[in-house]
Write a protein of this length. Structure first.
Length: 167
């Protein structure tokens, strides 16, 4: 699939892809790439959980001054080990906010999701984006109001895509 990136998240995607990080885009930015008329404040990714990928991810994040969101304002920097567990580090970077979801709320990780993703060409990048039916399933299953209200929009995008495919 081909998509144009929006201002939010594009520079982060550039940095991650250029660093060789293996990841799947999920969340609101995935919805935007699928054509949903929404906005999002961050980029959510699910990276492959292995030591080499964690080191590449950490190197990319160090280059953009990544720190944890901290209510006390401390500059707590991530470590490679933070991307090998089941956590969901929420980071601020010089290029915007990034949520690194080692596993989703339902326990699925990169290996589960990459099979349910599409390759998108975003400008000159090739990235993996959670496919639309799975994104709908994930959003519907979180139980969070902000995700549930996105489901009808995503369903409309899916119906529109299916209708266009028949014509």
């Amino acid at each position: 699939m081909s998509a144009r990136r929006t201002a939010d998240g594009g520079a982060l995607l550039d940095r991650l892809a250029a660093s060789g990080v293996e990841f799947v885009v999920v969340g609101g930015y995935a919805a935007v790439l699928h054509g949903a008329p929404i906005t999002t404040r961050d980029l959510d990714i699910v990276p492959r959980r292995d030591p080499d990928n964690a080191r590449r991810l950490l190197a990319a994040l160090e280059a953009i001054d990544a720190v944890y969101h901290d209510p006390l304002g401390r500059a707590l920097r991530p470590r490679a080990e933070d991307f090998l567990g089941r956590g969901q580090p929420c980071l601020r970077t010089s290029l915007g906010d990034l949520d690194v979801l080692c596993v989703l709320h339902d326990g699925r990780d990169y290996d589960d999701l990459v099979r349910r993703s599409d390759e998108f060409e975003v400008d000159d990048l090739r990235i993996r984006v959670l496919d639309l039916p799975t994104l709908i399933e994930v959003k519907a299953g979180t139980g969070r109001a902000k995700d549930r209200i996105m489901v009808p929009i995503l369903l409309a995008v899916l119906r529109e895509r299916e209708t266009a495919g028949r014509g």
